[in-house]
Design a protein around this ligand. Sequence first.
Ligand SMILES: Cc1ncc(COP(=O)(O)O)c(C=O)c1O
Length: 407
Amino acid sequence: MSQFDKIQTVKNNFAKSNPNYLKGMFGATDVMPLWIADMDFEIAKPIQEALQKLVTRNIYAYEFNTGEVFKSISDWNLKRHQLQLNPKSFVQVSGVLTGIGILIRELSKEGDGILVQTPVYHQFFKVIESSGRKVIHNKLKVDDGHYQMDFEDIERKLKTLNIKAILLCNPHNPIGRVWTKEELQKLVNLANLYDVTIISDEIHSDIVYSGSKFNSIVSLNNSEKHIAVLGSPAKTFGMQSISNGYLYISNQKTLKQVKHTIGSLYLDHGSIHSANATIAAYTKGEEWLNDLLIYLEKTMDWIEDFVKNELPEVTLFKPEGTYQIWLDFSKLNLSDAALKYLVVNQAKLALTPGDWFEGSHTQFMRMNVASPLSKIQQAFHQLKKAIDEGLDCSFNETESNTDCCSC
Ligand SMILES: Cc1ncc(COP(=O)(O)O)c(C=O)c1O
C-alpha cells in the first residue's frame, strides 16, 4: 500500500469540503469534493518535522529566513529543471496571486490590457479586473484533441490592442498542457517584438508527467524582461495554506522597483513556518515528490482507461502536468442545467464548472485528482452510474426547453 492510499479522517475546516461553500457553490453538501486544486495527502515527513520543531518551541518571536529560502529554491530548480537562478533576483510575496496583482500594477496602468489564454485559472480574471485592467482573451485552440496556443490571434491582439502584459499559466490550469520550449520561445519572441512583459505563473511546475518537460519562461533566449512567478511549494508539496509566492525578476530595474513596492507595503514579511517548511520541502522533499508523481501518473492512467472503456461519451484531456483533469461532457447532449444536475445530484460530485475558466465552457468540468486512487475510482463509478441511468425524472428544466429525459 502506498502512503498516498490513506483516506484522511482528520477533523478540518478545509475550504474544499466546507458545507457552506459546497451549498453555496453546488447547492448540495452530500457531494465528493474534487474541485479546489489541493491535495488530500499528508505532507512529506521532513516538512512535518520542520513544522513540529517550530511549534514545540512555543516562542514566536520575529524570525526571518528568506536568504536560505531563495537558495533552496535556486538549488531545487537547478536540480529538477536544470534552471540556473540567481538567489538575489527573488522577491517573496504572501502568495502567487498577490505577486501577480502587484506585477500587473507595476507593469501597466488602469485601462491597459492583460492577455490571458483561455480557458484559464479563473482567479486570473479577478486579479486583472480588480486592478482596473482589461482582460484580453486569447482562446486556446484544440487541434486533433490537443490544446495549442493561437499565435496568430496573439499577434493580432498585441499589434492592435493596448496590451502591456501576457499572463501565462505554465503548466496550464485547467487544461494540463506543459508548454514546450518551442511554444514558449515563440511567445517570448512575440512579446519582445511588441514590447510586452510575460508574467509566467509557474506554480504547477513540479507536477509534470513523463514525456513532458517544464521550461521556465526565464530559461528562454532573450527572456531577460520576463518574470516567473514561482509559486511552489504550495502545489508541489501540498502546502497551500502555509506557503508563500516567489517572484523571479532578472531585469535589475524592474527588480528594484518591485522590491521597493513590496517592501513599502511590508508584504515581504513571510512567516517562519512557511520559510522553514519551504526549506525542508526543497532540501529534503524530493523522494516524496518522486513517489507522488508515480502515484499521480498511475491515477491518470487508470482514469484514461476507464474513460476510454466505460465512458465513451466523455472526452478526457489527459494532462501533461498538474493534478487536474479537464473533462468535456458535450457528447451527452444535455443542457447546461441538466449536466450540472446529473453531476451534482446524481453522481454526487463537486467538480469545478468549466465556465469558471471561460464563459463558453459550460459543457466542461475540471476534476482535482490528487486524492487516494480508491476515491477517484469511486468518483468515476458514480459518474458512470449516473450517465448510464440517464437524467433523473426529478430534474426540472426551467430555464431551457431541451428535451432532457425520456420519462
Ligand atoms: C495557476 C494558479 N496560480 C495561482 C494559484 C493560487 O496561488 P496562491 O494561493 O499562492 O495565490 C493557483 C491555485 O490553484 C493556481 O492554480
